[in-house]
Design a protein around this ligand. Structure first.
Ligand SMILES: Cc1cc2nc3c(=O)[nH]c(=O)nc-3n(C[C@H](O)[C@H](O)[C@H](O)COP(=O)(O)OP(=O)(O)OC[C@H]3O[C@@H](n4cnc5c(N)ncnc54)[C@H](O)[C@@H]3O)c2cc1C
Ligand SMILES: NC(=O)c1ccc[n+]([C@@H]2O[C@H](COP(=O)([O-])OP(=O)(O)OC[C@H]3O[C@@H](n4cnc5c(N)ncnc54)[C@H](O)[C@@H]3O)[C@@H](O)[C@H]2O)c1
Ligand code: SF4
Ligand code: FES
Length: 811
């Protein structure tokens, strides 16, 4: 030890303590540092324990500072040793086993402990918290011997633990006290979307349940609830929150409340003693996430090193659940009250939700589900207390049809160098700029390997990309590939190419051979792969029902009260008195709640009970209208030349021909047509995937229209003279879209992505190519069958499906 150097003792070898030390080492050499930590490990990234549990990382992968780092920086480390108290008088830190370490300054960074419910049985064997490597190892061991697990507490930690245990093959029920999951971060809407998604991933839930006792002898065997019901469980994980670890401070006479009380420079009530991280209470708040501890650590480091610093004024926290395929984000205020203005956008089809909360027109909070690309931008705007403007609204809500300029990224040039970009790993903008400039790094992956940024939740990736773009300018290429979901880095085109090259036949095979990080995939990739396989092998691919969403499995759309809708085909929007009578009879017999005329010119029988669905289909004896499917939905027609005095073409007749010919095929997304008898366009071709308009000399064909949230007018593709040409071009467009569209991508997005000129070149100019596309769609059409008829024939499977015995592991 250097004689004149001050002695700094850090109590706690966790993320907060060591990140403060890292900052101090950058600022000064004036300290001889000793770290005392009760865990028998060097400093590791606690947040990555979730990944260790689910199997994608090992303990070695998550070590942040190995023993060599302590040695290289002259730090004395006492691992596996707990501190008992700080002796202010003798200026010594004393460990439980009697070691006395002299100090001039102390940093307390003792973190938190899992909160274990004080109920009978909570001390039984098989009951653990989830906080450290020891807990994680217990969970990994339990999964080898036991099957049924209960996780008490549906917060961030509980859900990540539950997903990890499901990945390990356990049957997991999350027992949650409230009616909404993650009620401390999400509003009701996002919480219910989250629950539905996690159920698809195999987690079970018992909501609104208060556990009053853990049952069993020496080992836990179940949970008893306040209503006296019981749940069997051979293993219980308690994730009901955390308790700041204040014992050392309290026993040393330092002021404590819920946490160790500090001022704006992280100083405690004892002179020379600081506190940082989860054990700390600042202005009445104790934090439970890493971003605040990095912010605190930077200010503490400057203050203790004698470098001028701004005071710590608290942190605005944001959270992102680290479960693959579940994109959920929340920052700032998330429940709206009377004083708030709310901007919200929910898309049931894409299963996305975005809510921004304003107070006096200032952004104060946001919740995202399904698509969290805007998370970094929102986080920054909310931190800066940004005022909402028309332009910002258009940028954030993507209102392209109303003159918005599309989305804009966050402005990285205005960020200061010591602003934290990666909250999970405490990496600042300055560090990232430095490694790009001085080490020549050019990709996100290289920055990840070098600095750790993006290594954990991945929420900071868009900002890291923007910093790369900002520093490198034109040299920047997005070298980091965007996978179709969190389970893979492969793009849609790469997956399709690999399926063809390697002859892969099932979703399982695709995931195994192409190295999926999640063995079961997720709700994004499983239906997508099932679609691509069906498109590539129309004759041999065995459709995987469990990889389809509920509506497609049931061949009907589920409603919010749990009943279903039945929509039979009415080709070209034309029906007959006989069909109408059948619909009326069936509706009366099965107590249909409402018969609705749809926007697609057909009838929707709303409110059919699940168990009645097969009987309703049988008695209607009409083809399925595919109202639930990513398939050809409707062909809307106007009256046309059969009756209309302006009509130059038989739109009703052509609509019915097209609908009969191309029904039943799977598409990347739903697909709608319209046929008009003249340019007056009464059937609104401009908002359909294919819009057809009759004229004196034949037909004009439009593509890529959409009347939904992101409205888009269709583009004119070409004019044709004959009905045969029209049918061939329609078939070729559909097959080209089937073969090149990303799963869930509507034609409005597809046309913009691949370009109208390219579509013209393939469909209009290349006549041979068009014929080949038509042959392929004809072949695929030969393989399809009406799903209602098929379900009625397959009585055993249908019986199981409609009497509640559904397949497991479904979406
Ligand atoms: C599984 C899991 C996943 C998480 N995921 C995220 C996430 O995605 N994002 C996020 O922001 N946060 C996440 N967190 C929370 C995050 O890990 C914590 O906020 C962070 O680790 C707190 O750091 P800390 O240094 O204050 O406490 P800790 O990391 O707990 O470190 C405190 C250390 O002090 C030691 N100690 C305690 N008492 C003594 C004593 N008397 N003597 C010596 N040593 C002592 C402890 O053993 C411990 O090693 C997660 C937490 C867990 C458990
Ligand atoms: N991705 C992330 O950011 C992440 C991941 C894991 C952990 N963490 C952090 O780790 C800490 C611990 O996480 P946590 O989820 O335990 O804490 P939490 O406080 O966020 O959630 C605990 C949940 O348990 C529920 N609960 C409380 N008592 C209950 C009872 N008797 N029965 C059933 N449910 C009950 C609460 O309603 C709450 O939703 C938090 O600070 C969290 O932010 C963060
Ligand atoms: S689009 Fe033309 S043909 Fe069709 S109903 Fe309207 S006016 Fe008549
Ligand atoms: S913010 Fe989570 S990895 Fe960067």
């Amino acid at each position: 030890m250097g004689k004149d150097r001050e002695k700094l003792v850090v109590i706690g070898n966790g993320m907060a303590g060591i990140s403060a030390v890292e900052q101090i080492l950058k600022l000064t050499t004036k300290f001889d540092i000793t770290v005392i930590g009760s865990e028998p490990h060097p400093n590791y990234n606690r947040i990555m324990l979730s990944y260790v549990l689910e199997g994608s990382k090992t303990i070695d992968d998550i070590v942040l500072n190995d023993l060599g780092w302590y040695k290289d920086n002259g730090i004395t480390l006492h691992m596996g040793r707990a501190v008992a108290k700080i002796d202010e008088l003798n200026k010594e830190v004393i460990t439980i086993d009697g070691l006395k370490v002299p100090f001039d300054k102390v940093i307390i960074a003792t973190g938190s402990n899992s909160f274990i419910l004080p109920i009978p049985g909570s001390d039984k064997e098989g009951v653990v918290g989830f906080r450290d490597i020891a807990d994680c190892n217990q969970m990994l061991d339990a999964a080898k011997c036991y099957k049924k697990a209960a996780v008490i507490g549906g917060g961030l930690l509980g859900l990540e633990a539950a997903k990890g245990l499901v990945q390990l093959g356990m049957d997991v029920t999350v027992v949650h006290l409230m009616e909404d999951l993650m009620e401390r971060q999400l509003d009701h809407q996002a919480a219910s979307m989250l629950k539905a998604e996690l159920e698809r991933q195999g987690i079970k839930f018992k909501m609104g349940a208060q556990t009053v006792e853990l049952l069993g002898d020496a080992r836990v065997s179940g949970l008893r609830f306040a209503d006296d019901t019981v749940l069997d469980a051979e293993f219980v994980v308690m994730t009901v929150g955390i308790k700041p670890n204040i014992t050392v401070a309290k026993d040393s006479g330092i002021e404590v409340n819920r946490g160790i009380v500090v001022n704006d420079y992280l100083q405690t009530s004892m002179e020379g003693v600081y506190s940082v991280g989860e054990c700390t209470e600042h202005r009445g708040t104790c934090y439970g996430l890493v971003a605040p501890l990095f912010e605190q650590g930077m200010i503490l480091a400057k203050h203790i090193s004698g470098v001028e610093t701004v005071p710590y004024e608290g942190s605005i926290v944001s959270t992102k659940l680290k479960i693959s395929g579940v994109d959920v984000f929340s920052t700032g205020e998330f429940i709206d009250g009377p004083e708030h203005t709310v901007i919200a956008n929910k898309d049931d089809w894409k299963r996305t939700y975005k809510k921004i909360i304003l107070k006096d027109n200032v952004m104060v909070g946001a919740v995202l589900f399904g698509d969290i690309t805007d998370s970094a931008q929102l986080q920054k705007l909310i931190k800066l207390k940004t005022v909402m403007t028309d332009d910002l609204y258009a940028s954030l809500m993507g209102t392209g049809c109303c003159g918005g300029e599309g989305k804009k990224g966050i402005s990285v040039d205005t960020m200061s160098n010591d602003e934290i970009v990666c909250g999970c790993n405490g990496v600042t903008k300055g560090t990232i700029v430095d490694v790009i400039t001085n080490q020549g790094l050019t990709t996100v992956d290289e920055i990840k390997a070098c600095t750790g940024a993006t290594r954990s939740c991945g929420g900071c990736k868009p900002v890291v990309e923007q910093i790369l773009q900002y520093v490198l300018g034109d040299e920047f290429k997005t070298a980091a590939k965007q996978g179709i979901c969190g389970c893979t880095t492969l793009s849609r085109d790469e997956i399709v190419a690999e399926i063809k090259d390697k002859g892969l036949q099932t979703t399982k095979e695709v995931m195994n051979v192409l190295g999926w990080s999640q063995t079961e995939g997720c709700s994004k990739c499983r239906p997508a792969i099932n679609y691509y396989l069906g498109m590539i092998y129309p004759d041999t691919h065995e459709d995987e029902k469990q990889s389809r969403f509920v509506n497609e499995r049931m061949n009907a759309n589920i409603q919010k009260d749990g009943t279903y809708t039945v929509v039979p085909r009415m080709y070209g929007g034309v029906t007959t008195p006989e069909d109408l009578k059948k619909i009326a009879d069936v509706s009366l017999k099965y107590d249909v709640k409402v018969v609705k005329v749809t926007g697609g010119q057909r009838l929707d029988l709303i409110g059919v009970k699940k168990e009645d669905l097969p009987k309703v289909w049988e008695e209607l004896d009409m083809p399925s209208g595919y109202a639930y499917a990513k398939s050809l939905r409707t062909v809307k027609t106007c009256v046309g030349s059969q009756f209309c005095r302006f009509g130059t073409q038989d739109s009703m007749g052509m609509g019915a021909i097209l609908e009969r010919k191309f029904e039943r095929l799977d598409f990347p997304a739903k697909f709608k047509l319209a046929v008009n008898g003249c340019p007056r366009n009464c059937a609104e071709s401009c908002t359909k995937d294919i819009g057809i308009v009759g004229n004196d000399g034949g037909w004009e064909i439009f593509v890529g229209g959409n009347g939904g949230i992101k409205a888009r007018l269709a583009d004119s593709l070409c004019k044709v003279k004959t009905d045969e040409e029209l049918i061939e071009i329609c078939g070729a467009i559909m097959q080209f879209y089937r073969e090149t569209g990303n799963y869930l991508e509507r034609t409005s997005e597809w046309v913009e992505r691949i370009g109208l000129d390219h579509i013209k070149a393939v469909i209009v100019d290349d006549i041979e190519g068009r014929k080949a596309l038509m042959e392929r769609i004809e072949f695929a059409l030969k393989q399809v069958e009406d799903p209602w008829k098929k379900a009625l024939r397959d009585k055993e499977q249908t019986g199981k499906l409609f009497n509640g015995l559904e397949m497991s592991n479904q979406l």
